[in-house]
Design a protein around this ligand. Sequence first.
Ligand SMILES: [Zn+2]
Ligand SMILES: [Zn+2]
Length: 393
Amino acid sequence: MGALKNIVIAIFVLSLLTFVALFGQLPALRKTPIGWLQQALFVHIPNALKRVDQKVTGGRIIVKSKRLGHYLFYERNPIVLIIFLILLTGSSGLFLWHAIHLLPTSLLLPIPLLLGLPYYFTYLCATHTSHYITTLNLNYRLQGYPFDHILYHPGPQCRTCALPKPARSKHCSLCGHCVAKCDHHCPWVNNCLGRGNYRYFLALLLSLGLLQLYGAYLSYYLLYPYFLAHRNRNVLFKRGYWSELGEAMAYAIHRGGLPIAGVGLLAASTAAMPLALLGYHCYLIWAGMTTNESQKWADWRDDMGEGCVFKASRKALKAHNRARRGSEDDEDGDAVGAVRWPVESDQVVVRTNDGEPPVGQEGLWTRVWSLGDVENVYDLGGWDNLVEVLRGR
Ligand SMILES: [Zn+2]
Ligand SMILES: [Zn+2]
């Protein structure tokens, strides 16, 4: 029984750590216990260890672990993908090996589909390459989205790829490419998620969550008879009810052992992760932004709160500049190759260091206090955003 208790505790701690690592950096959780724990685990404790190593070995351990850390986190490598596949294959294989002859056919039927889909979507996410921006597809990618003049401006080139940056793209140093509609680099699939494969990532999260829930249900189905047999059906609120319930559960877990109870508990305790991540991405889709953009918007929101963000009309600014130069030429790079897009916007937004509107144009700019005051041109409305994502755009 002691070993099982340790397994349950280990699963709980691992689930919590994974949750903190996955979600702790999200802007929405920055100022919550999850964000603080993430900061403590990944910033403060490593810094304290660094100081100790500096004193004891002159920093040798840090140099070596940095090299390993660099390979694990800053170079493209399949280690997390391999661990994920080993965990998925190992736990489902162990469970099926012990449970397949105990389950009725009706419960066995969905297994090939439920088990196959996470592998299929992992494969689609990992092998996708058409979202990498190259000289061959650059013009096509530049036509993908208009510049919103808030998060993305026409003009900048990627220093590594030496190509203009299309709106909503981002250079990934791990993949070594600029990525169209870059969402984030996902170590689980060892690839960037962006235009084209983001929908497969959502399907992977959904299929993985469903597989885990089904695995947890099968474990429950097999162990519930043991639980019932060991219970005396004490009435709720009567003395001894909870201890008896706990004993019956412990007995059922003991009978199931690691292959059925252990895997079932692991599936049940970790099912929330892909589903919560899917929920978070549904929120991003509803809001019309990528993970990359949600971080940019969070920075804008903080600056707006400090009162150093201003918006103006691009047309009014152009007219002002023309009048000042006394000429009719238009130097706005935006005029090149207008993109067909359902939402048109005339706004331009800037942040200033001194909290004052740009000098000489004070009358043209109005201070912006919240994100609600500016327009996200990439937000076509919740339903239309979802349709775009499902169509691979
Ligand atoms: Zn690049
Ligand atoms: Zn990448």
